[in-house]
Design a protein around this ligand. Sequence first.
Ligand SMILES: Cc1cc2nc3c(=O)[nH]c(=O)nc-3n(C[C@H](O)[C@H](O)[C@H](O)COP(=O)(O)OP(=O)(O)OC[C@H]3O[C@@H](n4cnc5c(N)ncnc54)[C@H](O)[C@@H]3O)c2cc1C
Length: 735
Amino acid sequence: LDAGLYSPLDPLAVLGADSLERRLFNSSSAWVMEFYASWCGHCIRFAPTWKQLARDIRDWRPAVMLGVLDCAERSNRKICTDFGVTGYPTLKFFKAFSKKPEDGLKLRRQGDDIKSLRESIITSLEKHEDMWPPSCPPLEPISAAELHDFFQTNSVTYLALIFEDENSFLGREVTLDMLQFENIAIRRVLQTNEELVKRFNVTSFPSGFLLVNNGSCSSIPVNADFRPFYRSFLQSLPNVFRGNSFRPTVPPTVEPKSTIVPWRVADRKKVYMADLESAILYTLRVEAARFRHLDKERLSVLKQYVNLLVKYFPGRPAVMNYLRNLDLWLKPMTNVSGNEWEEALGNNPELPHARLPENTLWVGCQGSKPEFRGFPCGLWTLFHLLTVQEALLSPYRSSPPEVLPAMRGYIKYFFGCRECAEHFEGMAAESMSRVKNKDGAILWLWSRHNRVNYRLQGAPSDDPKFPKIQWPPQDLCWSCQIIVNGKRMWDERAILRFFKAHFSRGNIYLDFIKPLIRRGRDVEEKDHNVVGKLEEGKEEENGRQVEEEFEEDKKRTEKPESGRVTRKLERSGLTEPHKPSIIKMSTKTKELEEDIVDLDSFSELHYKSKALKMAGQIGSRNRRSKRDVGLVRMENEGQQSFDIDAAWERLRHKSWGGQHLIGAMEEEEEELEKENGVVSKRNQWFHILGVGFSQLDISLCIVLYFLSSMCLLGMYAFFRVHMKYRKGRSGFRVA
Ligand SMILES: Cc1cc2nc3c(=O)[nH]c(=O)nc-3n(C[C@H](O)[C@H](O)[C@H](O)COP(=O)(O)OP(=O)(O)OC[C@H]3O[C@@H](n4cnc5c(N)ncnc54)[C@H](O)[C@@H]3O)c2cc1C
């Protein structure tokens, strides 16, 4: 059930885009809002504190109202931008009678404990200098003159005086705690008020005195600075009762929209295109869209990021077209307003072959609850993939990496989880400058991600169904860990090999994603968060269409589309993950280039469309394709994986051009050939045997051949015995 981090049972207002302004603006109460994102680890960790605070100061209503709003909720994104929320969690204080989002002031706080939060709220309340909120009791210290005729001007039975030093919050807290109680008033007296201190003969601070309207006075038998004691003592006085004055005019909570998210079965050996596209979508349409202006450093970081995607993201053609357009549009800009950015990000109906999905869809990053995993998981996956693609594709492998600095910039300027960003910046400042080449970048990001995993193990943001581990685990890469002197260590060479296979194009799966283009028309994307089971047959249809889309769109990308921006197809060959290469290639090319890997990819696409039908019903193990078999083999045999990926790269590269890749790929191939002599020999053997039969096909031929021989042998034996028998019987009769 998707309900954000708070529920209607918490004593705070769960607001949405439709209710935020209505409740906040012109309210006679002050509001303290937490703007959060349900995926943000620090928000998850902070939620219990905010709930505890809500319970602790529930009696401060209606002077102070507490509210929350989930900026990750699609319908709330715009309002979060309007309220200037650029990081999570953001705490804002709105004075009573606020009129516009800019009236919200950042709640200053020393720490995240509820005491310091309470104190910050009181300090903010005291800033109501011009118009004191009518629902808030006076918080300033009482003077001797005011005390003199207090009972004449106030119709209460009791007045409690709390003597304290100037920095103490006790008096004001107890005043607010007693706000909903009738027949009593509480005022603080400062230690510096010599006249009253002398009159009441106060020697220790804090101290309390109870004055009754009949003229009697007694000391409150609580000497410690202990708010609950004061509160319970005062609430238990005769004729002090909870009044009816606080009746929220609107219900204190708004039911969050609840949606059931269908469970998508994922295989952790795979990388899912759905996660990568969703991460891109979220970074551009949510994270970067939070700013009213993009300029200077922030804009140049954004340009760098988009350009990086164009260079290294192995996306679907329509997505790549979209990114190229965006990149070209951004390049000359020096200042981009929020509206311009929003306009540039929309799918342009005049460019039907340049599109980004409308909704996020998490597959490998789906969490067991909506607040777990999702975007941060997708972001890590995307950046790991980019570091690997950069190492595989860049012709200058020993030159400094581009991806890492761009990622650092993105995290610093855009990542909404601000504390995560600070931690990451700390790690980057410490050692990122020492990374000298692309392989080093892969390893740096891997090891820093593992540090984060280590730190977050068992944290409230850790999904119990997907606990944080040191990655990759042995079942993904057994050769990545070695034992040296009885100690388990990482083997960085094996890690590199594994990463280059795991984050290769060949390991990106298209499961669950919808086609972006359908026969020249826009696809009406269904909201993935909508309640319901995947419709029978629909997935198979979708799978087929996603495949067709590769074909159709590939043809189109070869002819640049006229429109707002002319596309540069500098890397047209880089955009086809899991391409059905055998179908595409001419017979001539096929003869030259056929390889076991191509068969795997080919058969996988066919199996996949069938497998998609069963998605969500059958465990991933039951629907393993030949490609999976290849991967499992890779995992078990370590080095072979590299060969599979390199062969795929070789084939794609040769069949679709991309001259700039030749150096890098040839280097890669040579290295692979050296490392994988055995595998190469086996591939040659398959070449000799025929036109690309797979191991399975050959095994089946042998079995069938054996069975038919046995059958013929059986028939021969049967007829021989039968003939002998017939001869024998006739002989006997004759005799
Ligand atoms: C830059 C950054 C900094 C963050 N800092 C914080 C923080 O300070 N506090 C906080 O609460 N949350 C932080 N997060 C979020 C947190 O790291 C997780 O992303 C989030 O808790 C979701 O966890 P997850 O279980 O989906 O796995 P994630 O850690 O998000 O990993 C996603 C996937 O990547 C793979 N993976 C795991 N480890 C590695 C690795 N070492 N190398 C390569 N692949 C790997 C796995 O397949 C995993 O499922 C940060 C996120 C990012 C992107």
